[in-house]
Design a binder for this molecule. Structure first.
Ligand SMILES: [Zn+2]
Length: 114
C-alpha cells in the first residue's frame, strides 16, 4: 500500500496522481486509488455508478495531463508480464507452452519476451 504524496505514482484506472488521492493501493505493476475502490464497492453492491464520459468530452489539458501516467502504466504492466514469463522460463516451461498460453506463435513469444 502506498500513501498519498509521490506525484510519480498514479491510479492505473483513473490516472489520478497519488498527490491528489487519499490512498493509493499498489499491486504488481498497477495501483488503484481510494476513489476507484469506492466505485468498485458500488459495483459489487449493485449500486449505480457514473459512466465514463468518453475521450471526446475531456479537454486537451486533461488528456495531456494523463498521457505520461498512461504510458507509465503500460510500461509497468509490461515489466510485470516480462517477470511472469521469466519465472516460467526459470521453471523450465517451454516457449511453445508460453506461446500457446498467450495465443501467439512460439516465434512471436520468443521475440517479445526472450
Ligand atoms: Zn483511481
Amino acid at each position: 500500500m502506498t500513501g498519498a504524496g509521490d506525484p510519480k505514482l498514479h491510479c492505473s484506472f483513473c490516472r489520478r496522481s497519488s498527490a491528489v488521492v487519499e490512498k493509493l493501493l499498489g499491486g504488481p505493476g498497477v495501483q488503484i486509488c481510494d476513489h476507484c475502490v469506492g466505485l468498485c464497492q458500488k459495483v459489487l453492491n449493485d449500486e449505480p455508478i457514473p459512466s465514463f464520459p468518453g475521450w471526446a468530452k475531456l479537454t486537451d489539458a486533461q488528456l495531456l495531463a494523463t498521457l505520461a501516467p498512461a504510458e507509465r502504466a503500460v510500461e509497468d504492466v509490461r515489466t510485470v508480464l516480462q517477470a511472469h514469463v521469466d519465472e516460467l522460463r526459470a521453471r523450465g516451461v517451454s516457449w511453445a507452452k508460453i506461446a500457446d498460453a498467450l495465443g501467439v506463435s512460439k516465434q512471436a513469444a520468443w521475440e517479445r519476451f526472450g
